[in-house]
Design a binder for this molecule. Structure first.
Ligand code: NDP
Length: 479
């Protein structure tokens, strides 16, 4: 029985609050606070209407550490669940530190002025969280989140050594619009239009012989732009990291056709995604890790066009005597992702395709979840992308409050060698002890999380794939 404070009342926030209300034996008091009180009220009313009881609501500007501290002191929660935007991660983490309150989020800190994300600034809280005796859980959504846990589960139960991981994220949902994004448009478009990168330790695997060059996004590519693009998307380089190398490629340049079980074949594009950074450190024997996401022709063509005219710019420009940021204007024009929920049909299929060794023999394991958009809407008024993020956020929170993850729970043995991280306080990184500090998902025991996935609406399937490509189901949480 515990009090939890949730920040953020968007698409994901709606799901987290509903799912917490479904688990009252753990979340006995729920406070939902966000920038716009009305959005909190809509969620609270829906929870009540569904017979899930009352939640309290409040208003906060989470960019202000002082306001966050005051809010935490007002309610004295055991845990703060941050499902606002990645821009607020550091101010909320800081407020949790000052008030000695556990912290959880679903996305890596991003600076509003630069479409660039890495864990450095959040990992820098590790030592101070340990000293304060609090636990910070980073990235408890689906990807990052469940995908990290799938890798940890594979490492624990199916492999002696993992050599390669492809994270495959397919949203085969159709909302009927020519172009819309299924989560916050600004965050989504910044992520997709940034340069792609993967991590590799083995030259042969760096060739990506299984991938094709994309033709759809590149069709409208021109060298010359009438505005300057952020260097982030142009400055392609290889960078040494943790015994291997990050290799950059142009945005949406490489793709593979992947046959997603029960969904079908989809073009899947190589992207950079934040979970790669922690998995590189925590998965034993890893030689390559990549992330792929599916996009349809309409999405890619619209996005290229928006980029070409300058509407994806994240810098300030002058317009009729006013300062505006083009991508924020675009966000205002596009449908609110939450409004897509009632019109989206189809499924998501997100999983990890993992190769490695077991008992000296090659092994291939594919772990995935399939989620149906219409079923999500029926249950919690959300589309599948919000649902697949919100349910794992609730599960992470539940495990912390039940004492299964976090303080007092030993770290699972893994490959983490943080010798390349500056030691002594700041930037000590992910080498935690006694359960305190700032942890990534795969550092925790995957078993209780996996078991909750089957109970809370995101059942998983584990398949073994033989040398002929035949799939044999080893576990199916739906049965
Ligand atoms: P939305 O834009 O729908 O919701 C964001 C919410 O945060 C809104 O209620 C917004 O308030 C609130 N908010 C924004 N700024 C502030 C602030 N300064 N103070 C208080 N509240 C604020 O986003 P989503 O629900 O789609 O996404 C939520 C989070 O989930 C994001 O961090 C996103 O990156 C992450 N995510 C993670 C995924 C994963 O798998 N790991 C997948 C998808 C999303 P207002 O209503 O006033 O704008």
């Amino acid at each position: 029985m515990a009090c939890v404070l949730q920040i953020g009342a968007g698409g994901v926030g709606g799901v987290v609050a509903h799912k917490m209300a479904q688990n009252r034996e753990v979340f006995s008091r729920i406070i939902l606070a966000s920038r716009t009180l009305d959005k909190c009220k809509v969620i609270a009313d829906s929870i009540k209407q569904k017979g899930l009881g009352e939640i309290e609501i409040d208003c906060v500007d989470a960019d202000s550490v002082e306001s966050m501290v005051a809010l935490i002191e007002k309610y004295k929660p055991k845990l703060v669940v941050n499902v606002a935007l990645p821009y607020q991660d550091l101010s909320i983490m800081e407020a949790c530190l000052r008030t000695k309150t556990h912290y959880l989020d679903t996305a890596n800190y991003e600076h509003p002025d630069s479409a660039h994300f890495e864990y450095k600034e959040q990992w820098a809280y590790d030592t101070r969280y340990k000293e304060a005796g609090i636990f910070g859980l980073l990235g408890s959504g689906f990807d990052p989140g469940v995908t990290n846990v799938f890798c940890a589960y594979a490492q624990k139960h199916y492999f002696d050594e993992i050599h390669s991981i492809d994270i495959l994220d397919c949203n085969a949902g159709d909302h009927g619009y020519a172009f819309a994004t299924n989560f916050n448009p600004e965050i989504n478009l910044r992520e997709v239009s940034s340069k792609a990168r993967f991590w590799v330790k083995d030259e042969n695997l760096a060739q990506n012989t299984d991938l094709k060059k994309d033709t759809i996004y590149r069709k409208f590519e021109r060298e010359e732009k009438h505005f300057s693009l952020e260097a982030n998307t142009q400055d392609l380089k290889n960078e040494d990291y943790f015994g291997g190398q990050w290799q950059d490629i142009a945005p949406l340049a490489l793709m593979k056709e992947w046959d997603y079980p029960e969904v079908g074949v989809k073009n899947s594009y190589l992207l950079y995604h934040e979970e790669l950074e922690s998995l590189v450190r925590n998965i034993k024997g890893l030689k390559r890790i990549r992330f792929f996401m599916t996009f349809g022709e309409s999405y890619l063509t619209h996005m290229k066009c928006l980029e070409n005219v300058g509407l994806l710019r994240v810098d300030e420009i002058e317009h009729n005597g006013q300062k505006i940021v083009p991508i924020q204007v675009l966000k205002t024009l596009l449908p609110d992702p939450a409004s897509l929920a009632s019109r989206t049909k189809g499924q998501t299929n997100i999983g990890c395709f993992i190769k490695g060794l077991k008992d000296g023999k090659d092994r291939t394991i594919y772990i995935y979840n399939i989620c149906d958009h219409e079923a999500c809407y029926k249950e919690v008024n959300a589309q599948g992308v919000s649902y697949t993020t919100g349910v794992p956020a609730m599960i992470g929170a539940k495990l912390i409050l039940e004492g299964k993850w976090g303080i007092g729970v030993a770290k699972i043995p893994n490959n983490a060698d943080n010798s390349d991280m500056p030691q002594g306080g700041e930037f000590q990184g992910i080498d935690s002890h006694n359960g305190g500090g700032v942890w990534n998902m795969e550092q925790n025991d995957p078993d209780p999380f996996m078991s909750e996935l089957n109970k809370q609406g995101l059942p998983y399937v584990v398949c073994e794939i033989d040398s002929k490509g035949e799939r044999k189901v080893l576990e199916d949480g739906r049965k």
